[in-house]
Design a protein around this ligand. Structure first.
Ligand code: NDP
Length: 469
């Protein structure tokens, strides 16, 4: 029997879907799972694809089922499970065999694993698109030595999503570059979702719209500039009916958002890099606050119900759509700004236009706007996206709407942290004379930290504080 071209460990939600996708694209694959009954169940359910799949019961059997030099994908939970799996596998492998961690690893772990692997081939790849993406075409962000990527690129590009025939699978750079780009993707995903949730809240509590009306609005927006997977599914979520009770499903879902930590990693890393991503940070904070349900109930008891209806005719749906367009541009500008900063900091030369391209299909944040972002970044990869002519025009057109929505939210007690932070970012980024002179004055007053003068440019200057004390 001929040997498999690739192996995969971890037949959970993502691993099983990825293995079927690989087989579906004509590659023979050997699989192994910690719990053998899962492997059997997976193989029994593989249908027409079974002839391309070799199920195995031990790691040794798995290794022997794959042609040399081997390539094995790990699709197990990020963290210790990956380290344990690498430790168990390495002694069974030859020096040319490639291990590919395709889970959601923290990129610092991938950096470490790449170094620990020394000369042994190792790749860390970010895979986005959830179970459906993994089965029918994910977006893939590769990291590690280019030569190792090239060894498996034909498989990874074949199984990836396609945007007008272009595969959404790209090598991003050395070591943890792929997992870093995936983390920023997830951070942007948090902010995109949060802004949509805020607009949903304004429609529900400020405008009194029912779920069916909101489903229709999201569906309409999905045919305009906001066209995206997240807007599409938001409409479907808003329109769904609970089969058990006949009530709108959305009304029966507890308002406490879960998270696996990738948004938090992005926010923490942004602080280390001094890369401002306030919309993403606001989205992470909003998820944390959402889980403080008892505290929010106490707040409502003490201060009274906050949201008030916005009077008829004061806020129309088009203004909300425009606010979301502006918010989205500012959020992506921040995400790409962070990638650019990391690229310099880590010496990765991250390909910003290719990153926008790889996100155009297959992943959770796929949207038509990413196509325009790819074009803008191709013209100038180093400038903040908000200054690219196409997007600066859109911001000029839509910033008033964002301002209206944020101010109406504030006056009506409707929380809109991500949209508000996006507006504050916009206003900060278009103010050449800011207010940090006051901060510098304070710092010099209490700590003699020194400041730079505006008149003669001299640095390390001190104020006459003692004279004015
Ligand atoms: P699941 O929980 O569905 O599956 C986990 C798999 O890993 C199972 O096959 C499990 O085996 C195996 N496993 C768990 N612990 C160990 C261990 N210590 N040693 C060996 N095998 C182990 O997870 P997912 O498929 O959802 O996620 C896998 C990876 O993909 C994660 O890193 C996740 O963050 C990432 N990811 C997930 C996405 C999603 O939408 N779900 C999207 C993108 C990435 P067993 O059957 O024995 O329990």
């Amino acid at each position: 029997m001929s040997k498999a071209e690739i192996g995969l460990i971890g037949l959970g939600t993502m691993g099983a879907a990825l293995a079927l996708n690989i087989a579906d694209n004509g590659f023979d694959i050997a699989v192994w799972n910690r719990t053998t009954s899962t492997t059997k169940k997976f193989f029994d359910g593989a249908g027409d694809l079974a002839p391309r799949i070799t199920p195995t019961e031990t790691l040794r059997e798995l290794v022997e089922a794959i042609a040399e030099p081997r390539a094995i994908i790990l699709m197990v939970p990020a963290g210790q499970a990956v380290d344990d799996q690498i430790k168990a596998l390495r002694p069974l492998l030859g020096p040319n065999d490639l291990l590919i961690d395709a889970g959601n690893a923290n990129f610092h772990d991938t950096n470490r694993r790449a170094r620990e692997a020394d000369d042994l081939p190792f790749l860390g790849i970010g895979v986005s698109g959830g179970e459906e993406g993994a089965r029918f075409g994910p977006s893939i962000m590769g990291g590690g030595k280019r030569e190792y990527w090239d060894r498996v690129a034909h498989i990874l590009t074949a199984i990836s999503a396609k945007h007008n025939e272009t595969p959404c699978a790209t090598w991003m750079g050395e070591e943890g570059a792929g997992h870093f780009v995936k983390a920023v993707h997830n951070g942007i995903e948090y902010a995109d979702m949060q802004m949509i949730a805020e607009v949903y809240g304004i429609m529900r509590d400020g405008l009194g719209h029912d779920n069916a009306a909101m489903a229709e609005i999201f569906a309409r927006w999905d045919r305009g500039p906001l066209q995206s997977y997240l807007i599409e599914i938001s409409g479907k979520v808003a329109g769904a009916v609970d089969p058990k009770t006949g009530q709108p499903m959305l009304d029966l879902i507890v308002d406490a958002a879960g998270q696996k930590g990738t948004g938090r990693w992005t926010a923490i890393e942004a602080q280390h890099l001094a890369a401002p991503i306030p919309a993403i940070e606001a989205a992470v904070v909003a998820r944390n606050l959402s889980s403080q349900r008892d505290m929010r109930q106490l707040g409502e008891d003490v201060f009274g119900t906050a949201p008030q209806l916005i009077a008829d005719g004061v806020l129309d749906i088009e203004t909300l759509e425009k606010a979301l367009i502006a918010g989205k541009i500012l959020c992506y500008a921040q995400g790409f700004g962070m990638i650019s900063k990391a690229s310099d900091e880590f010496g990765w030369s991250l390909p910003l236009p290719d990153i926008a391209k790889v996100w155009r299909a297959g992943c959770i944040i796929r949207s038509s706007m990413l196509d325009d972002m790819a074009t803008a970044l191709e013209a100038n990869a180093t400038q903040n996206l908000m200054f690219a002519p196409f997007f600066s025009e859109l911001l000029k057109e839509n910033q008033t709407a964002l301002r209206q929505v944020v101010s109406l939210s504030a006056t009506h007690g409707l929380p809109a942290p991500a949209l508000s932070s996006a507006l504050a970012y916009f206003d900060t980024m278009r103010t050449s004379r800011g207010t940090a002179n006051m901060i510098q004055g304070q710092r010099d007053f209490f700590g003699a930290h020194g400041f730079e003068r505006t008149d003669d440019g001299s640095s390390d200057q001190h104020g006459p504080w003692a004279m004015n004390a």
